[in-house]
Design a protein around this ligand. Structure first.
Ligand code: PRT
Ligand code: MG
Length: 221
């Protein structure tokens, strides 16, 4: 049995066409069932639904053989920057080019971020992405106090909780609606296929077949 970990919502929705092109059809609609294990048309392939941030954990510890997760989530989980294999035991063979966005620094309209950086001010930054933010500001030589949040980052600069946020931006509509402006583009994000390295050795044949099918679909073969 091959187990693929996915999160509900945008990753599941954008993965379905890739699975279909690879000949795998999920037999249940996650929005209509309470099941967390979904069968597919391939008797030896199943999908498990987990929280987006739990996908790397499932794959790392073998609760799933493969998973699909954002680069943001992988980097926060401890995947080395740009690394293929890493200490986490996760092998990252493919950029699936789905759920694309960018990770950026944003501040309240009217906050002079450039001046604050120039003057060497200490900035308070609220984010779900503490590791990415720490690495980014350290490389830039900016002193920051990081505040970990789990959601609604946009609220932090508006309430005085923080000077800036580090968050994902796609259309920019959420920032605009909250009178925030993007002042740094940290990196582009897309979702990645990750594979448990031990599973790849033990179930090489069927896992390779899935990786190759995805690779064919995203044109990276
Ligand atoms: O929702 P939950 O807490 O369960 O987990 P999650 O938020 O991690 O999952 P989900 O499904 O929201 O996101 C999964 C992955 O999708 C992320 O890890 C990213 O890799 C990717 N992705 C792509 C995005 C976006 N685009 C995105 N726009 N994830 C979140 N957003 C949010 C962003 O945080 C901000 O609040 O959408 C808002 C901005 O969108 P725009 O279009 O207004 O700019
Ligand atoms: Mg979300």
């Amino acid at each position: 049995m091959i187990t693929l970990a996915l999160s509900k919502g945008r990753i599941f929705d954008e993965t379905l066409p890739l699975l279909k092109a690879a000949g795998i059809e999920v037999l249940d609609d996650p929005d209509k069932t309470r099941k967390l294990i979904l069968a597919t048309n391939q008797p030896d392939v199943r999908v498990v639904l987990v929280r987006a941030t739990d996908v790397p954990t499932y794959v790392q510890y073998g609760g799933a053989d493969l998973g699909i997760t954002g680069l943001d989530t992988l980097l926060e989980h401890g995947m080395e920057w740009g690394g293929a294999a890493s200490s986490t035991g996760l092998y990252q063979p493919l950029d699936l080019q789905i759920a694309k966005c960018r990770i950026s620094v944003a501040v309240r309209e009217g906050f002079d971020y450039a001046a604050a950086v120039r003057q060497g001010s200490r900035l308070t930054v609220a984010t779900k992405y503490v590791a990415i933010a720490r690495e980014f500001f350290a490389a830039k030589g900016v002193h920051v106090d990081l505040i970990k949040l789990y959601g609604s980052m946009e609220l932090a600069p508006l309430t005085g909780l923080a000077d800036a946020i580090v968050d994902l931006v796609s259309t920019g509509n959420t920032l605009k609606a909250n009178h925030l402006v993007e002042v740094e583009h940290i990196m582009d994000i897309s979702s990645r296929l990750v594979v448990n390295q031990a599973a790849l050795k033990l179930k090489r044949e069927p896992i390779r077949r899935i990786i190759d099918a995805f690779a064919g679909v995203v044109g990276q073969k």
